[in-house]
Ligand binder design. Structure first.
Ligand code: HEC
Length: 245
């Protein structure tokens, strides 16, 4: 029995670490977003960043303001006053200000809906993307991005984060982009800026699956139930079979 458990455990650890190796294999290193969807204060700050800086271009068409209020512990007044800049109804979905035609003309591509982006890209990718803009002259936006080459999105936080430059390393004679660094300070320190990005990524993670906190806590209750049920089932089994032996 002990041996079987050891084998199973080593197999599980081996599978998990291969996943990690594969995720980090090649390409630009993704930074850990380290978000926590149970942190309501962070989600509230993230919602503000999202509606202030992203909703002008991107929609989140599966997300309603009233649902955000419920989930994030905010009142209707707070949501209508701080998040709903277009003054749409409390029960309306988060729709971008910009029309698709206009966006295509200005940026060459339509900003995608962000409702499910945390699920398609993953939170680490989002965090690395949003902290990965660097200055590059010759680009229409004045920026390029470490993990989204020639991105059409302008760097919306250029004022806060300051000027970032790419960092290259030589690998077998090939210049590889391995990071970005601040060369001119913005209005925020790197820590403040990264914390703000963490909050908005946390919010994107929440909207990607608004029930995830509930699902996880439910999972724990199910496990506790199964644990006790095992005890009861075992006691019953012993009782039923006691005359057979
Ligand atoms: C001025 C318009 C504009 C604003 C504001 C803006 N974006 Fe974008 N964003 C774009 C465009 C355009 C693209 C598509 C880029 C491309 O395809 O080259 C994009 C792409 C993205 C992508 C990549 C999606 C994918 O999976 O390919 C993410 C993630 C994203 N934006 C997040 C954000 C977040 C978060 C904010 C707010 C902090 C934001 N954007 C603000 C215009 C904008």
């Amino acid at each position: 029995m002990k041996k079987t458990i050891t084998i199973l455990l080593s197999a599980a650890i081996a599978i998990m670490s291969t996943g990690q190796i594969m995720a980090s294999g090649g390409g630009y290193p993704l930074a850990s977003a380290d978000v926590d969807v149970d942190d309501q204060a962070s989600l509230q700050r993230g919602a503000k960043v999202f509606t202030d800086y992203c909703l002008s271009c991107h929609s989140a068409k599966f997300v309603r303001f009233n649902r955000v209020a419920d989930d994030l512990g905010m009142t209707e007044k707070q949501v209508m006053g701080n998040l709903n800049h277009l003054g749409v109804q409390f029960g309306a979905t988060m729709t971008a200000v910009m029309t698709e035609d206009y966006a295509k003309e200005s940026f060459g591509s339509v900003p995608p809906d962000l409702s499910l982006v945390a699920r398609s890209r993953g939170v680490d990718w989002l965090y690395t993307y949003l902290t990965g803009f660097y200055a590059e002259s010759g680009k229409t936006t004045g920026h390029n991005n470490a993990i989204f080459k020639d991105v059409g999105m302008p760097n919306v936080f250029w004022k806060q984060e300051g000027v970032k430059e790419p960092v290259y390393e030589e690998h077998d004679g090939v210049k590889v982009l391995t990071g970005v660094k601040v060369v001119e300070k913005g209005t925020m320190s790197t820590q403040e800026f990264d914390a703000m990005i963490r909050d908005v990524v946390n919010f994107l993670s929440y909207i990607g699956e608004p029930n995830q906190s509930y699902r996880k806590s439910l999972g724990i209750y199910v496990l506790i139930f199964l644990f006790f049920f095992f005890g009861i089932a075992y006691a019953m089994k012993k009782d039923f079979w006691k005359d057979v032996h």
